[in-house]
Design a protein. Sequence first.
Length: 266
Amino acid sequence: MFDVICPVCKAPLSVGAKLWQCPQQHSFDVARDGYINLLPVQHKKSLSPGDTADAVAARRAFLAAGHYQPLRDHVVGLLADVAAQQLLDLGCGEGYYTHAMRSVVPHVLGLDIAKPAIQTAAKRDKTVQWVVGSGAQLPLADASVDVVSSLFSPLPVAEMQRVLRVGGHVLVATPAPEHLWSIREALFGDVRAHEPDKFLTHLAPAFALVSQTEIRVALHLPQTDLRHVIAMTPYAWKARADRRALLEAHEQFETEAVFRVLLLKK
């Protein structure tokens, strides 16, 4: 399905039911839940990189409530039009969007540097290949996938360009300027608008813009979901504790999610 390469020596990996191994005898065990860990210790910048288990649980609960369903539906629609066969979802997290992508793409690989996220995703969906790995050194062969998606995740442009086939697509979702404005205002007071256009600049040398869409979703959040959306974002550790506590005391809170979705072509 996927041309996977060894994260240590870059040689092709032989994929087995219980073990993935390269000709140099670097081997990686398939976990009981079906995912594979291709993140060597020397590629880690911390003991447990990426989202914490608490952040993963909060995101799963918030997304399961359907608040970002319009974004997921739009992403699936774009992928259906592209008619891809193989897709790499970078920074897939607990797999909310990745799971839906599988409905229109036959072969999907979800990759995230956070082991708790991949463990959660793998328990839910056995039709996707889940990999713990780094976007900075993708464990895939050159020109081996049709689409690379990155929803609210970093954009390793050189690696994305390397693994995409000629004519392949990049699908990016990022916060629009006003995204969750009232939440950020309550937490930080002085709010700076997000700058989605900087991603176009970042991607422009390698990829041509095909389409750009803005999606707005009014959010009516009960207290539990308000706490979840804070916990699943960097706001959780960037905000002062007193401001966070004051905001989380609301039994209901109104805000708006605003997304920018970019489709580009190699």
